[in-house]
Design a protein around this ligand. Structure first.
Ligand code: FAD
Length: 265
């Protein structure tokens, strides 16, 4: 196995250009599990932890190499709440938002916040740069639009981000757990509400009918909140697996979204 350890973004992009099929290693918290348990044997690995440009976090730009332990202390409450639920302190010190995007698991805990904001994923190769909206980048469960030779450089958030935001997830225990359901709710002062849920569809789910319905309610009544929860539950498409049943996930999606909405209200 050949290992390349670039020290600047230019070097990293030269390495991906020279080895377009190389495997990118960030914190390794997903990749090394695949090496250990799924017999992944990459021929060329490009380690990007020493690339300072990927660790930049400048306002609305979050570099791919920003770790959960930094996100936990950041200005975005829902993203910080999501980061705090990830793995253990060791996982949070190593795992990055770029790695969460790269893995594109339906359970990725940073993804509901990015989806609720319609964040863009910035990609670069030596030849070009492009920005894809989160749902153009994530094309299916553990599938992305990343092309050979490209790096995820970071996520770009929109200018308008509401103060009222919350994230929570349901799992069998509060630490070291992959979500059975996760949810992020954002509410702007004019009532506009965005909701994104993890682990209840092939990719992060935005329940558009629920968003539209509740966004017109300036002071949602109890009946409106009930209807919101019903619509959220109706719009998710969960599966049965070893963590939960589809029926529980569907029910819990509405309960969790309603609870978070009440919290931000
Ligand atoms: C014990 C344990 C608990 C966990 N708990 C959680 C949890 O609660 N919530 C959660 O969401 N996840 C969890 N995870 C999964 C993992 O920690 C996250 O998905 C993390 O964000 C992965 O980031 P990383 O930097 O370690 O990525 P890596 O493992 O280095 O890479 C992951 C994938 O992304 C690609 N990649 C990484 N960076 C880039 C880049 N800049 N450009 C292009 N491709 C890139 C890699 O090639 C690889 O395919 C857990 C993992 C473990 C081992």
């Amino acid at each position: 196995m050949e290992t390349l350890l670039p020290r600047h973004l230019d070097e990293a992009l030269a390495a991906t250009a020279a080895h377009p099929e190389a495997t990118i290693l960030a914190g390794g918290t997903d990749l090394m599990v695949a090496v250990a348990y799924q017999a992944l044997r990459p021929a060329v690995v490009i380690g990007i932890r020493r690339v300072p440009e990927l660790q930049e976090w400048d306002g609305r730009f979050i570099g791919a190499g920003v770790t959960y332990s930094r996100l936990e202390r950041g200005p975005f409450a829902a993203l910080a709440q999501a980061a705090r639920t990830v793995g253990s302190p060791q996982i949070r010190s190593a795992g990055t938002i770029g790695g969460n995007l790269g893995t594109a698991s339906p359970a990725g805990d940073s993804l509901p916040f990015l989806a609720a904001l319609d964040a863009e994923v910035l990609l670069r190769s030596q030849a070009a740069e492009r920005a894809l909206r989160w749902d153009e980048f994530i094309t299916g469960p553990k599938r992305t639009a990343l092309q050979p030779g490209e790096l995820i450089v970071g996520a770009r958030l929109p200018e308008a981000i509401p103060d009222r935001q919350a994230f929570a997830k349901i799992g069998t225990r509060t630490a070291m757990v992959i979500a059975i359901v996760s949810c992020c709710v954002l509410r702007w002062d004019d009532g506009t509400t965005r909701v994104a849920l993890g682990s209840v569809g092939p990719t992060t789910v935005r329940p558009r009918a629920a968003e539209t319905m509740i966004s017109t309610e300036r002071r949602p009544s109890s009946a409106a909140l009930d209807e919101f929860a019903r619509l959220v539950s109706a719009e998710v498409s969960p599966i049965n697996d070893h963590r939960s049943t589809a029926a529980y996930r569907r029910h819990a999606s509405g309960v969790l979204a309603r609870r978070l909405l009440e919290r931000v209200l």
